[in-house]
Design a protein. Structure first.
Length: 189
């Protein structure tokens, strides 16, 4: 469990530094240079992901609660929305007019969906930890950036792009989930 927690903490700290401690980021960037800062940031994120993967695999799950019957549909729907939001962050879309942080909101929904589907200790640590990080990250960014300036309207046609990409990604993840996580995403299929 220690490696899993280390990975989550490293991920969170590295991501929170630019918003919570912009002076530290500026000082490190000035010292190392912009390219080196990005390289160190990326390396630390990769290390955090490796810690999370190996920490997950090396932690025996302890049952804490059982998923409620019929919640697979809720989990699947939350995952679809999470993926649409995640992909909305990188393209112009009217979704950004209603949700300030679509990518982080998507991460939070991903975490909630997995907490609904998995009632064990390592799931609570991984998905709960990353869900809490997403909320804290949104609050830190809001504090740093102050007032939210909503983007201009781009229309339904352009806003459909992340919906399409998110839906395709959702289908791909449902099909690949047995190989990624070792269990089917939709056991009834």
């Amino acid at each position: 469990m220690g490696l899993l927690i280390t990975g989550i903490l490293l991920w969170s700290i590295v991501h929170l530094v630019p918003g919570a401690a912009p002076q530290l980021k500026l000082k490190v960037t000035e010292t190392l240079g912009g390219g080196a800062y990005r390289a160190v940031f990326s390396a630390l994120i990769v290390i955090s992901l490796v810690c999370m993967v190996f920490g997950w695999r090396n932690t025996a799950p302890t049952a804490l609660y059982g998923p409620a019957d019929g919640m697979r549909v809720v989990t699947g729907a939350l995952m679809l929305v999470a993926l649409v939001l995640f992909f909305s962050s990188r393209v112009p879309t009217d979704i950004k007019r209603g949700i300030r942080h679509p990518q982080l909101t998507g991460v939070f929904l991903w975490a909630v969906a997995h907490l609904i589907a998995n009632g064990d200790s390592r799931s609570l640590v991984l998905f709960g930890g990353l869900g809490v990080w997403a909320i804290i990250e949104m609050l830190v960014i809001n504090r740093r950036d102050a007032a939210w300036v909503k983007p201009e309207t781009v229309g339904a046609k352009r806003s459909f792009v992340p919906v399409f990409i998110g839906t395709v990604a959702w289908i791909a993840l449902v099909l690949a989930h047995p190989w990624i996580a070792g269990v089917p995403a939709m056991p009834d299929l």
